[in-house]
Ligand binder design. Structure first.
Ligand SMILES: Cc1cc2nc3c(=O)[nH]c(=O)nc-3n(C[C@H](O)[C@H](O)[C@H](O)COP(=O)(O)OP(=O)(O)OC[C@H]3O[C@@H](n4cnc5c(N)ncnc54)[C@H](O)[C@@H]3O)c2cc1C
Length: 297
């Protein structure tokens, strides 16, 4: 039978944001329904690669009112995060309505009408907590049609096993790219990393202190010292001195492209030493195209 509810709030999505919103409303005795299209909480995290762990420290990553358990490591691995989110939902008795996909939201008679594949829900307010990275983006890369090997988006990457003994090019040095290239390099693949623009590399925990916390503290410095130009200069000098970072400029020629790919290989080496790597956007067609033609599986 189709479902129909009337409450104060409808929350769309049972990821971390939807669960946190539900817990805060519960604490204020506001009635709500969480609508989740999947069959579990934290479905986006379940679908991600095995090695994934938070790159933000646990102290700054917990949901409201419930710190991560003491025994959790500083950077929480995917499976423990999923367990934490499940426990969180139970603790606040959130009980999302699973397997219900929101199809439309309309304003009707001064309230919101939320229609799903399975019914309709009316509420005074709607919280859209559907995430921002659900749809993978695989850019069109010139020359990729000549490449005979498999080409996949990071969202389809599970672990390094299928790539053991193979040559793999990872395009992009964001958090996913950095962690995946490290996973591959440590598990028997020959890796190359391609980065479009310059990348600042820094140790994740210089002198044992999380760099995330240092950067939060540095934002409190007087404004003249923390102007973007000044920050950039500081960051450039420290990273290049300490880390042999690959600061690859946007390439205009094939020769430059090859050079940037070579430099990027040093980035992978740095990643192996447990560094946090901050990323440029996806690699340019030119760099990718030439690098892709060089990579073989
Ligand atoms: C590889 C990777 C690493 C990350 N690492 C970190 C990190 O270290 N620290 C950090 O803070 N963040 C990190 N993030 C960001 C991360 O996405 C967020 O922390 C978090 O998962 C976002 O939570 P969310 O609830 O907004 O969205 P999601 O977790 O994406 O949840 C959205 C939910 O909405 C549901 N939904 C979507 N559309 C509908 C619909 N129409 N009807 C019903 N339900 C719907 C989905 O099924 C899903 O369950 C990382 C992200 C990625 C991809």
């Amino acid at each position: 039978m189709a479902s129909e509810t009337h409450g104060d709030v409808v929350i769309i999505g049972a990821g971390p944001a939807g669960l946190a919103t539900g817990a805060c409303l519960r604490a204020r005795a506001v009635s709500f329904d969480i609508i989740e299209k999947d069959s579990t909480v934290a479905s986006s995290w379940r679908a991600r690669y095995e090695r994934l762990r938070l790159h933000t420290v646990k102290r700054s990553s917990a949901l409201p009112m419930v710190p991560f358990p003491r025994e959790y490591p500083r950077y929480v691995p995917r499976d423990l995060l999923i367990k934490y989110l499940q426990d969180y939902a139970e603790r606040f008795d959130l009980r999302p309505r699973f397997n219900e996909t929101v199809r439309s939201v309309h304003r009707v008679d001064g309230r919101w009408l939320v229609k799903t594949n399975d019914g309709r829900h009316r509420a005074r307010a709607v919280v859209v907590a559907t995430g921002y990275s659900a749809v993978p983006y695989l850019p069109s890369i010139e020359g990729s049609e000549c490449f005979a090997g498999p080409m996949l988006h990071s969202s389809s990457y599970v672990n390094a096993r299928p790539f053991e003994g193979r040559s793999v090019l990872v395009v992009g040095l964001g958090n996913s790219g950095a962690e995946i290239v490290l996973d591959l390099a440590e598990n028997g693949a020959q890796t190359t990393l391609s980065v479009r623009a310059s990348a600042y590399l820094a140790p994740r925990d210089p002198f044992g202190v999380p760099i995330q916390q240092l950067s939060i503290l540095s934002a409190l410095l007087p404004s003249a010292a923390s102007r973007p130009g000044a920050r950039r200069a500081r960051s450039q000098s420290s990273t290049s001195a300490r880390l042999r970072a690959s600061a690859t400029k946007r390439s205009q020629s094939a020769a430059k492209s090859r050079a940037s790919a070579r430099k990027a290989q040093f980035s992978a080496t740095d990643a192996r030493s447990d560094s946090m790597l901050s990323s440029s956007p996806p690699a340019s067609d030119q760099v990718c195209g030439s690098s892709l033609r060089r990579a073989t599986f």
